[in-house]
Design a protein around this ligand. Sequence first.
Ligand code: SPV
Ligand code: MN
Length: 630
Amino acid sequence: MSWLAGRCSDPLEILASYPREQVDRLLRIPNKRLHRDVAAIAELAKPSSLFVHTGSPEDREYVRRRALERREELPSKFPKHTVHFDGPRDLARDKANTRILVAGGREIPLVNTLDRDAGLREVAELLKGIMEGREMLVAFYLYGPSGSPSTLYGVQITDSAYVMHSEDILYRNGYSVFAERGEGFEYMLFVHATGALDENGWCRDVEKRRVYIDPEGNATYSVNTQYAGNTVGMKKLALRLAVYKGFREGWLAEHMFIVGVKGPGGRVSYFTGAFPAGCGKTATTMIADTVVGDDLALVRDFEGEARAVNPEVGMFGIIDDVNPEDDPEIYRVLTDPEAEVIFSNVLLTEEGDVWWRGKPGEPRKGLNYAGPWWPGKLDEQGKEVPPSHPNARFTVSVRHLAKLDPRIDDPLGVPVSAFVFGGRDSTAWPPVEEAFDWDHGIATKGAALESERTAAVIGRVGEVEFNPFAILDFLSISPGAFAELHFRFARRLERVPKVFGVNYFLRGRDGGYLAEKRDKRVWLKWMELRVHGDADAVETPTGRIPVYEDLRELFDRELGKEFSERLYEEMFAVRVPQQLKKLERVLAIYERMPDSPPLLLAILKEQGRRLKEFRAVRGDWVSPFKLDRR
Ligand code: SPV
Ligand code: MN
């Protein structure tokens, strides 16, 4: 039971003040904890009405209509396309005010924590009367395919129809499952309250924005915010609860895509992949042969095999720079009048067109995340206001994707052949490299993931951000504990996935990028061959890289492109000082944390020793043509 529910007096008495029909929908789920949770929030937040979502098409339509009636979403010229604005101060996840509630306020390395009692008292205070005059919406969702042993269950309570509309697109409805399962089964509870709005419909009290995650109570609370990353419980709030649960139970909740890559004879091999923002995650997802998921993966061991399910059935993707040349598939879906899409923080023109940076044509007068917009509009500092925001997004079902994998709903998920980790690195990592084994890959690729700041991010260009497993923002345990969980996870497997590192951003001696965008396909195909032992490799101190002839053939077959020996040499040369520098930076971080697994430290140190010995014999820059083939 959530902490707040424990404070609820008599659930049925509280619920009796709401319409009978809605209460009956709730009572049809025979679960007393649930009745208590819903009643407790109602008692505290004092909504004037209640809606309980049964998952029927009528209820879905009701939620969508409410979002429009309340102007949380605005209509566009296509009836199925709506536009939501978060307002200029609520456009992204609020890292500072997102905290993991921990008993006694114990610190967790690199995780923003808060004393649990203090945090819960604070949200209880903030929730008081916050839904007065509003409708409280309650819905039930699955975090995974129906009937899957991997699936988790969630209850969303919110006063935002936009939040629930988003969840209706992104997740499978779970009302009937809740009704069948009845008493005593475990679910995650997500409580969201929008808080006071200003005349634009944006959150007024953003300084009182709070996103608190309570792993002990399996519940989360977010107030005074609308941005989906802070409010859609089933997305990143659930991920933090799942990481915690997985750590205790021995499975992995990952911030990863799941894709299928076709190999010889029509076989399909599945990869999961973690990339920090701006490092090519969506691009890799869309360039693969089939898509199971673009953002999240739950990976469990079934009969000695690692199997992944996507907890979602939709995408909440960045729309900035989505264009018909680079992203034909996403562009097609987003411009299909028959696809239900919520656009957020784009430009809605006076003609009812949706425009974002990357869409062909010029932006015209209209509304955007900061109010009325016109070409040349300046902000208070005299800076030009962009027509659409860099974090503008689309919310759409994956079922519109032509590449959707037929196993998206398989309760056992797909077998994972490889874990891929990708960073943005101008100097050290080659475009693709296989780890020596699972532990080596987890330590030197997953746990060592970094991304360079680009001009688009505040801070000094070229500075690197440590982002282990690309999940740092969503960890409810320490990075060391998360690495340890990965080591532990594979011990039970009979078939251990391979681990690869990829880097699309390596620069050559002239400072330019060495790889083209579409080359990703070749790296995927090479990894697929390696998974089945169908390609040779060259051994370096940091892993195994492709041999020239295999890549030449893949470039020709996949892209019709000539791949020169010179380019290969520059891409895959071992850059020893740069590799050492990167390694030492990561090792220093883990050495500072008190709970880093000894195995992790040992593997990183061992790699440092290997690199130094190698340098003593071979020098700083070593051509792959000079190395042994295995
Ligand atoms: C991410 O930032 O990784 C996202 C969007 O997928 S959010 O839901 O905001 O986390
Ligand atoms: Mn994400």
